[in-house]
Design a protein around this ligand. Sequence first.
Ligand SMILES: [Zn+2]
Length: 417
Amino acid sequence: MKKALKLFLYILLGIILLGTVISYISYSNYWAKDPEAEVDSTYLDYYHESYEDCRNAFVECSLQLAEDFDSVQTGKFYVPSETDNDLTIDWCYIPAQEQKDKLLILTSGLHGIEGYTGSAIQLMFIEKILVPGLPDNMGVLLLHGLNPYGFKYYRKVTENNVDLNRNCVTGNAMFDIKNEGYGKLTGLLMPAKKVNLYNLRNQFFYLVAIYKIIRESMPVLRQAALQGQYDYNKGIYYGGRAYEPQIDTIKPFLIDRIGDYKILLNVDLHTAYGKRGKMHLFLDKPDDADVLRGIEKVFKGVQIDWGSSDDFYTINGEYIGWANSLVPDVLCLPMLFEFGTMDSQETFGSLKSIQVMINENQGVHYGYKNRKNEIKTKYLFNEMYYPSSLVWRSKAISDAYKMMTEMMGNYERISFD
Ligand SMILES: [Zn+2]
């Protein structure tokens, strides 16, 4: 009997060990795979490899628009910095050529590094959709690189470590919101030491995370990590203690433009969230029935990922909600385009995403154990937000082209009943 029990225990131990080894190997080697897709080299031409090159291409393209349309305005806002006096948000506004009914705003680089893809999509949009067919009653405002610091220096956040998509609160009191759950997870989310990708913590990150998931439940963790927090300025998803300078700067500018129209379609371009190589429409479900109806018309027949509807978590300080609240009389339809890179809807993908984010943030604040750790940490971060895969890049443009063609047609047909 004793022998049988012993054998049973050995087998159990063996299974646990084997399970740990298998999951360790699969997690360590895990990276989402590209879908099968052809590379269209003409699409790759829209991409540029530095912030300055992206900006130059955008400015050049904007100036060209003045030849195609009347009264085109272009300009830039400087974003103040302690280290760099050449950070700008560049914009181009094509007013509706006749009746000012509808406005489209298309923004890139709210999350700095995501601007490389966002910029490419803006260039494609101008050349392939805007120039050939802008309706007379529609105006277009393009804002390039809302977070130029992050864009230029390959970070998601601003120079102040602020995630602009948590900074756009609708009232100063919101900077005092406490995220209790985040406080309990600081050991996991913001380790205060040099990055070492090869230590136990990183090697077994998924086990630690799974242990926390079992202890706290996934919705609690998701809420804690994603809601945004206003207490830890060296943490991830930090929303700041006040508006970042560019948010204050663009506010009156947006109000002026939006206020001239009856309806606004506000599209913000992002990367990373979702299935790799797939374009997602991502939004918190709007409470306003007219807004919901408008969105469903503009994106007719397309699956929309209603972000927080199933899991009941809330995100504070989102840019698109803030921008759409600026002019209450105008019907504002928001939408996020997300170009997935990490299969973040899967457990491994979501854990890897957060690990990559934590390590990059930790490296910025506390440094790296050595150069090898720095190179690998930055490499993984860049691959997560701006994949080097040509298949991925080509497909992002191709998907955006199809979606935006449909979107513009549907938006043109929308009526005001
Ligand atoms: Zn983003």
